[in-house]
Design a binder for this molecule. Sequence first.
Ligand SMILES: *Cc1c(COP(=O)(O)O)cnc(C)c1O
Length: 398
Amino acid sequence: MKEPELIYLDNNATTPCDPRVVDAMWPYFYEKPGNAASRSHPYGWVAEEAVQQSREQIARLVSADPREIVFTSGATESDNLAIKGVFEMYRRKGKHIITLKTEHKAVLDACAKIEKLGGEITYLDVDQEGLVKLELLDEAIRPDTILVAIMWANNETGVIQPMQEIGAICDKHGCLLMSDATQAVGKIPVNPKATGVHLMAFSAHKMYGPKGVGALYVSRRQPRVKITPQIDGGGHEQGMRSGTLNVPGIVGFGKAAEIAFSDMQSDAARLAALRDQLESALLKRIEDASINGSRKHRLPHVCNIAFKYAEAESVMMTFNQKVALSSGSACTSASVEPSHVITAMGRTSDEAHSSMRFSLGRFTTKEEIEYTIEAIVKGVSQIRDRSPVWEMYKEGLL
Ligand SMILES: *Cc1c(COP(=O)(O)O)cnc(C)c1O
């Protein structure tokens, strides 16, 4: 097999910008430099028109009204704006927020800040497959619950939550539902209105658009949701998020949405086939390998596998990081922590450290998957050959 340069299987961390997206953005750096808020000359009008077109492209992808799209700097900001914005706006109604233990740090850290500000947060457990326990959610909602924040699809495992059922429960209790849909938008059909989701965060760079631009969907009808802005100054984006719009970034985001709208189905089908090829080969050829998270309710291009007693970071070193992957370990400033997502599903810290996330993307090829299979099979076996723990386990001593 031909040696590839570098293989990128970390598309859940960020995706390459689609060349069609880059082409669309290009004119807005120099030829069309206007500020979309400049009302007095054609430069401004041209920029505003481009922003409006993007807003429509993005709205179409998520079946929303263009006026329900608020541009931000990315999903981290959108998550913060939704959670903190609702907390401030609905403070008189209550101070209780419910979320999941497996949420992205942008949601968890925003919730931790709310706790410091006097709010109360319930962090719900998930089941062994990473799915929300619907009865737990139903029981956790109180009269003073102002928001439920549950992600659409998990970034580490690809597990898709039963958003329709979650929406119905929130509706029954009359509380707002926010979803971090960063990994879902552009990959699977997402329709917040039809699902009962009132606020939804997503980001361009996870769907083949540029980094540094994102959106928050804010429902305008049934109900009309209000949030307190977290950035003041000028009243852009209907007063919800001030600041000069990133016009080239927004144009790229719009183009990425347009491409996703037309290519989502075919991309998903192709990637699911490649993912399944990768997954079945690894499970067949490597003993004691198991999937983290639901196989049934999962994004088509993601799989997360634990290889017992083979530390992921060490396995990745055997192929010199030639295949770019994420492990179930997260480096904090002080230490290497096991992934909170994997441990929340009942896995041990060791199992988290021996987990690898494969996230395929639009530009992944069959050859790359074939190379990756060989690299992982060889790597895991090399690490286990040197491992006394694996040996003891094989001898039945563990
Ligand atoms: C990447 C990601 C984010 C952060 O998005 P940015 O645009 O990089 O700020 C938030 N939530 C999820 C689920 C993500 O995957």
